[in-house]
Design a protein around this ligand. Structure first.
Ligand code: FES
Length: 521
């Protein structure tokens, strides 16, 4: 098949992890409840946290805005690895050996802990031991690889220097970690959800939390107005919806990346690979009922920024074709990750003044081991009051790892988009074809318009309901995306990704939320 055929992206985005497992169906919260611990967010971190806490006979509710495990957990590459690109030499130099050792131990332990859980509950989740590789194609980065091998080895990780990988890619150097693994994240978590619900954990879906109050204990309110009273709350919502006095919105930014799952004539040689330069390219194999799939990921960019999002998939197709003879592109999907300004997740007490609100966010692109590590830290803090690896993840830590520069850059970027979105000129006479979305002027206001395949036009106010930045159209996912903190909305205005907790609303002139009209503008 001609490569251009695949770049037409005929199939809709769909994650293989979702397509190959059953959907969950837990009830919406329909009454006020009281629990010991409320976990907001039913992704991998939230479910694993509930799994560990229920072993201590704690009364727990997991509350999700949509379906549990439907966010990043179902859109990952699912590499269980302590190799987070190049991180250990950086942490060791900037934070010291002790904190670097904590990060290495937390993630190495997470690999073993996931395997223990799989063995204990005999979970069939396509778990396969693999080695992980990070490589450079640039001579000037060889020293960084050498330093990473040295630092990781000193920290107790089985790391070695390599000079080639089994692909037609000319590399200058690479670092290989042994004793890593890959799996199917939903096949791993769905049985665990059965385990925790049988143990009494309550799960509520489609119950978005829109308000958190700190009084005696914590009260949470769902968008349907139901109240949850809890002694402690864990916020595990990828991007925190609560920001009081902690400036998370200035310390976290959202990135999107893309994955295609291809079948190819060649057999995948094994291993999990990632380069250290831009554009990022990630590779892993995956046995499925449809035969062997090869997952090719990359093309990171800040959410809501850029023009033609479909080009990211096309770039991955070109890259796949340079390595394999593509027989089919079975699936394609995108993911959203939270990045911190110093590259280390925030896990622990929400801020230094509270021990009742805890948080786990900012896993970068390494959510499998960081979710497990987070769950352990949160469980330890709640049950024991301390955890061996809490310091390196401490959300109240000072900015390190060159974070000040990133902090300034990211906040300047938010300010720039906040202003530029307001002053950009908006076209008036616009034709919108079926399947197209555009920003246009309607009754003097900036308005987002999308026409579906039946010719119906959907109009939304494009001002983000979080902090007011102007949304941009994402043609690859048919969504309105915010360039400031990464909220995303469907073309009808409903929330896909937070931190926003309110759907897009009409303003005084665009009083036609979800209105369907037939004319062009
Ligand atoms: Fe913060 Fe849109 S997500 S302004």
């Amino acid at each position: 098949m001609n490569i251009e055929y695949y770049k037409e992206l005929k199939n809709s985005p769909q994650s293989y992890w979702l397509a190959s497992t059953h959907a969950t169906d837990y009830p919406e919260l329909s009454e006020d409840i009281r629990v010991d611990v409320a976990i907001v967010g039913g992704g991998m971190a939230g479910i694993l946290c509930a799994y560990l806490l229920q072993q201590d006979n704690i009364d727990i509710a997991v509350i999700d805005a949509g379906k549990i495990m439907n966010g990043t957990t179902s859109h990952t590459t699912a590499k269980i690895t302590s190799q987070h690109s190049l991180i250990y030499d950086k942490i060791k130099n900037k934070m010291g050996f002790e904190l670097a050792k904590q990060y290495a131990d937390a993630n190495e332990h997470a690999i073993l802990q996931i395997k223990d859980i799989i063995d204990k509950h005999q979970i069939d989740c396509d778990y396969t031991p693999q080695s992980a590789f990070a490589y450079t194609q640039d001579d000037k980065n060889v020293e960084k690889i050498e330093n990473e091998v040295k630092a990781a080895s000193e920290l107790g990780i089985k790391a070695s220097f390599i000079e080639e990988i089994p692909f037609p890619i000319s590399i200058k150097a690479g670092v290989m970690f042994d004793n890593q693994a890959q799996f199917h994240p939903r096949k791993f978590l769905l049985p665990l959800v059965d385990v925790i619900t049988e143990a009494g954990v309550k799960i509520y879906e489609n119950s978005r939390i829109v308000e958190l109050n700190e009084n005696d204990g914590i009260t949470l309110y769902t968008e349907q107005g139901k109240k949850i009273t809890a002694n402690k709350v864990v916020i595990a919502t990828r991007y925190p919806f609560y920001n009081k006095q902690s400036m998370y919105y200035s310390r976290i930014y959202a990135e999107r990346s893309y994955i295609i799952a291809i079948s190819a004539k060649e057999k995948y040689p094994g291993g999990m690979y990632i380069n250290i330069e831009e554009p990022t390219r990630s590779l892993r194999g995956c046995d499925s009922k449809e035969g062997q799939l090869i997952l090719i990921g990359g093309e990171n960019h800040k959410t809501g920024q850029g023009t033609d999002m479909s080009k990211h998939y096309c770039n991955l197709v070109d890259y796949a074709a340079s390595l394999f003879t593509i027989e089919d592109i079975k699936y394609r999907w995108s993911s959203q990750d939270c990045m911190t300004v110093d590259s280390i997740p925030y896990v622990g007490y929400y801020n230094s003044d509270t021990s009742n609100i805890l948080i786990a966010t900012g896993f970068q692109k390494w959510g499998m081991t960081n979710s497990m590590a987070s769950a352990q830290i949160l469980r330890d803090l709640i049950v024991e009051g301390s955890s061996p690896c809490q310091d390196v993840y401490n959300p109240s830590r000072k900015n390190v790892l060159g974070a000040s520069k990133t902090f300034i850059k990211e906040n300047f970027d938010v300010a720039k988009h906040l202003i530029s979105g307001k002053i950009a000129s908006i076209p008036k006479n616009v034709k919108i074809q079926p399947g197209e979305g555009k920003v246009l002027e309607h009754d003097g206001e900036r308005t987002g318009a999308y026409r579906d395949e039946n010719g119906n036009l959907f109009l939304v106010n494009t001002t983000c309901t979080h902090l007011g930045c102007e949304l941009n159209w994402n043609c690859a996912e048919k969504s309105w995306d915010c360039p400031c903190h990464g909220s995303r909305f469907s073309y009808t205005g409903s929330i896909i990704d937070g931190p926003s907790v309110d759907p897009l609303v009409a303003d005084k002139n665009v009083n036609i939320f979800e209105r369907v009209i037939k004319e062009d503008f």
